[in-house]
Design a protein around this ligand. Sequence first.
Ligand code: ATP
Length: 229
Amino acid sequence: MSLLELADISAFYGPSQALFGVSLSLEEGEVLALMGRNGMGKTTTLRVISRLLAHRGGTAVFDGHDLARLPAYRAARLGIGLVPEGRRCFAPLSVRENLIAAARPGAWDLGRVVALFPRLGERMAQQAATLSGGEQQMLAIGRALMTNPRLLILDEATEGLAPVVRREIWEAVRRLRAETGLAIIVVDKSLKELASIADKAVIVEKGRTVWSGAFATLSPEARRQYLGL
Ligand code: ATP
């Protein structure tokens, strides 16, 4: 059984349908790149997985649990850790408070997060609102790791960050892949970086899965047709 299995998911924002048939599956320890042009349904798919949005049709199963029945806080408890687009750290709280607020027992604790992102260690007492964009992204990833997830979801992993900080984030994701058994779903615009870490890819177009397979088999034609590259 896969760790995560979405089959033919449909989802709505009020009366407006955003997903029309998204399917994907992910095994323990795998990295999946979720791709597609702007507005095609990537974030909505991630919201369904993390239960910020309930799907209306299809099935979503995580570790044998039917996600349809679960509120977001239960999904987090099951081990689904979301790093949302735009980071969304708790701005008035310190770095330490942000990390501790999310903590659940397990291998990830403050020390391990700081080992992954030493810069957070230097800023433990600093208010999250005053961090740079890159530091906020490190904090958002650290906060998700503090929940000790089995699946880490990174929406727009490096959006809006300076190149040097992007490299740091990708390096951390590479370490997570190499050193932990975490499954990871990542959305990002850099095909080159995705190619260096992703085992598989799923492409969504107009709310439907239109391509899925091993990342290495993503052809130039598919890139052109679905990603405009
Ligand atoms: P982007 O890369 O631009 O974030 P995306 O692939 O993540 O794009 P989604 O954000 O999932 O796309 O959007 C899918 C569709 O759902 C789009 O048509 C979008 O306009 C619509 N949509 C997204 N969020 C909402 C919302 N809160 N209310 C209504 N419609 C929404």
